[in-house]
Design a protein. Structure first.
Length: 607
């Protein structure tokens, strides 16, 4: 009887193990499909399946301690949670081309930009992500009434510990054999291991001390970059052209360069902005450089001239960095009031903590608006401009305002009464164009408000995009022109370009090329978002010595190129200082995650 009992015990114990094996195999297949979606066909997807086995088994191993329904319930619940996470990764990857970081997931900010588009990003085949869970659940129901022997607790414990220890050792081996190429992490660790690896680094974030060789690398990079600011002779007269003026930096959500000058079905998409170009500096070749942080990355670059983090957002991971050299901090020394305005809640993306450290003396958030009509993702841009006019009169001296819009946020859905274009299509591309037209009209009203108050002659308006819109979040076919990751950067101040027009070259496109159009200047210098800060500092008359060795961008009015390298490391045509640019994101990560931008209490100087 004992021999028969032992035989029955061995057979019965094998059935739950087969459930575990089936679920682990399913998770490995899903990991490979996810890597395929991110990296495309190739060896990476093939490696991801076996790479997922140790961690997937480790996650399910506690089920070996249990028996019966509890064991099955644990396996099914764990597999469902992991499968849901992988499916969320897949949806995110369809929109952004990468996996979200743990910080972004836990903050709830990772799906900023998807909104109601999440459902549209799903595919009819996505429920198959849970096929293995359903199969195991059905198998469990079939054997529900069968008699099963229960193994001793010590035996279950030994098996669970042995499996967990083996899988943990295998995963540690995967981590230790990682290459220095961050692109290999996703395939070598699998998406599951990728998240665990990132979580270890991000959820226990502290500003670490740089190793001596790392510190030397960062120092050399910044010293070298300080040589990329000297202005071209034809732009020498623009130094200080905006000094003493009220400067309104308008950051338009999702605005792309292609919309400027675009006509659709006989209608200008941005007629007001087009009219400003005749008396503006128009930088036409500014490449998108935002990463996981999206809009917050753009704010970081515009304010500090620093590249964003490779993973996560500096606003979320290192909100207490306080050693930056910033545009508001620099002009405050020239008597400027500085103010940032955003239609979100004060604490969203840690702005209430970060903005004072960026040099903004005042922060106007959703709670502070006199009128807060909601359109799309937040307060209407028209209300933001109205609030800016109210804030303008609250202090003395010139003001620098950073106005960050929300209305043109994906999914680009506007109430019908705000849609000014008469378009035959009713798809996402059409909705995007309608949102751009709305912002253009709101900006025109703001301009008129400045003029009515007699403030226009002493004002300058800077218009820029934070990141791509329709080409970033597009679902299905895009029916608008290609954008090639270019973002608008327009500086308008009545009379400013007139003063420099005689010195401007008559040359056309090309590196550093300037084309005249009316009184305005079209500047085709290849650059990036990180160049906006030093360019504005030059126009505001800030001495180069005050910031040149503390920023990572370049003056786009220099004789040579700007920092034309995309967030994916693609260099723009005609850039110089290529080796400097190739290491830029690596150096930014070293500086932002370390004590480089943390002030010493005794000296109040960044390390």
């Amino acid at each position: 009887m004992s021999r028969g009992g032992e035989g029955r015990r061995r057979i019965d114990l094998g059935r739950p193990d087969r459930e575990l094996v089936l679920l682990v195999a399913g998770l490995a297949v899903k990991a490979a499909l996810l890597v395929l979606a991110v990296r495309g066909p190739g060896w990476a997807a093939l490696v991801a399946a076996p790479a997922a086995l140790p961690l997937a088994t480790l996650a399910l191993a506690p089920g070996l301690l249990l028996h019966g329904r509890r064991r099955t319930a644990y396996l099914l619940l764990s597999a469902t949670v992991i499968s849901t996470t992988l499916l969320a990764d897949l949806v995110y990857a369809r929109a952004f081309g990468r996996l979200p970081s743990i910080t972004m997931l836990t903050s709830g900010a990772s799906y900023e930009g998807l909104g109601s588009s999440v459902l549209a990003l799903l595919r009819p085949t996505d429920p198959l992500f849970f096929l293995d869970v359903v199969v195991v659940a059905l198998l469990a129901l079939r054997r529900r009434r069968k008699l099963r022997a229960v193994s001793p607790v010590r035996l279950r414990l030994r098996r669970a510990v042995a499996v967990a220890a083996t899988c943990a050792a295998l995963f540690v081996g995967q981590v230790l054999t990682l290459t220095s190429d961050p692109n290999d992490r996703l395939s070598w660790l699998s998406p599951l291991g990728f998240h665990v690896y990132e979580a270890y680094g991000e959820l226990v974030d502290t500003n670490r001390e740089l190793e001596p060789e790392e510190r030397a690398q960062v120092e050399r990079w910044f010293e070298r970059n300080a040589t990329f600011h000297a202005p071209a002779p034809e732009h020498a007269e623009l130094f200080g052209a905006l000094a003493g003026r009220d400067v309104y930096v308008v950051q338009v959500e999702s605005m792309e360069e292609f919309v400027l000058g675009l006509e659709v079905e006989g209608q200008e998409v941005t007629p007001f902005l087009n009219s400003l170009l005749a008396d503006s500096l128009h930088f036409t070749d500014v490449v998108q450089q935002t990463r996981d942080g999206n809009t917050s990355d753009a704010e970081l670059m515009v304010t500090t001239g620093l590249y964003p983090l490779e993973r996560g957002s500096a606003f979320l991971r290192f909100p207490d960095n306080d050693g930056y050299t910033t545009l508001p901090g620099l002009v405050a020394g020239q008597g400027y009031r500085t103010l940032a305005m955003h239609g979100d809640g004060a604490t969203f993306w840690n702005r209430d903590r970060v903005y004072p450290r960026l040099g903004w003396q005042d922060y106007v958030s959703e709670e502070d608006f006199a009128s807060a009509p909601q359109v799309g993702m937040g307060i209407a841009d028209s209300a933001m401009f109205d609030q800016a006019l109210l804030e303008q009169g609250k202090g003395e001296g010139p003001v620098l305002m950073h106005l960050i819009g929300l209305t043109s946020h994906t999914p680009f859905e506007l109430p019908e009464d705000l849609q000014e274009l008469d378009l035959s299509a009713d798809d996402m591309s059409a909705h995007y164009l309608q949102s751009m037209r709305y912002v253009d009209s709101a900006l025109a009203d703001f301009y008129a408000g400045l003029e009515e108050r007699g403030l226009l002659g002493r004002s300058a308006i800077v218009v820029l995009g934070d990141h791509e819109g329709i080409h970033k979040y597009a679902i299905g076919k895009v029916t608008v022109p290609d954008n090639h990751e270019r973002l608008p950067f327009v500086v308008h101040a009545p009379g400013v370009t007139d003063a420099a027009s005689d010195a401007a070259t008559g040359g056309g496109a090309g590196q550093g090329g300037t084309a005249r159009g009316g009184a305005g200047q079209r500047i085709d210098t290849p650059g990036g978002q990180v160049d906006i800060m030093p360019t504005l500092a030059y126009l505001l008359g800030v001495p180069e010595a005050d910031y040149a060795d503390a920023v990572m961008g370049r003056n786009l009015l220099r004789e040579g190129s700007g920092s034309g390298i995309s967030s994916e490391g693609v260099l723009s045509e005609g850039v110089d200082g290529v080796e400097q640019l190739r290491t830029a994101y690596e150096v930014a990560d070293l500086a932002l995650t370390s004590t480089w931008f943390v002030r010493e209490p005794e000296t109040e100087e960044p390390r």
